[in-house]
Write a new protein. Sequence first.
Length: 276
Amino acid sequence: GEILDSISNLTSLQSLDLSKNMLIGSVPESIANMENLKFIYLSSNQLNGSIPTSLLDKVKRGLVLLSIDGNPRLCSLASCAPKNTNKHKTIAIVASVVACVIFILAIAAATFVILRRKRKKRAKLVRHPSSDGNNLQQSCSPENANNMFTFEDLARATSNFSRNNLIGQGGFGYVHKGILPDGTEVAVKQLKNGSRQGEGEFRAEIETISRVHHRHLISLIGSCSTGSQRFLVYEFVPNKTLEFHLHENMGPVMEWEKRMKIALGSARGLCYLHDD
């Protein structure tokens, strides 16, 4: 069947998951009028036509997370989003565990640096608000990070922030796996909306994070601002999380020698952040 306009009567709905329901027709404009709706999953249906402009505007402003992969005739942004057919690389369990730890440390390092920077700059920022507010619609930080990205770049890389590409989430926001046009795999960290952070403060944080270089920490590739939303783009490390290999993996139990190596690597990364 089709998605009915009457669904907008569910005014308190926050998450709408209509994935894999063999739905046809277009996405109704009324969905964009649901003020409390934050997550929309329409994957693996037979929808067609264009995404309503008002809904795309909410997505660009970071107000709604929209997943539409698996609808080849449904158009979003400049073109119809293709189905992501890329496969995860397979690596030995030791390498995968260490890679996951490094990824976690990178997130922790970014959070630590951001919080410390805020405490030191709070008084200054109050006296001198950002002068870049008029340029906030879609700007990036090429002088501090290696690349600058637009929202469309990151949406294409992550298949419109597909739930299938979601590899992590927490108090900071969401992390999606993405693939750039040259084939480079990245981790796109979408910072939680509502921080009231100005463009100048965001650029200062990018400058600080870009100085963090250590063998146990992941390097920042680039960044992007669009509306009130902020994105950080890191190198991607595959093979799931440390929690998965410790508690969810059905294979052999991890040896204590490997656990010790992971702990030492984590300690070295933290030591670098605090002392070096």
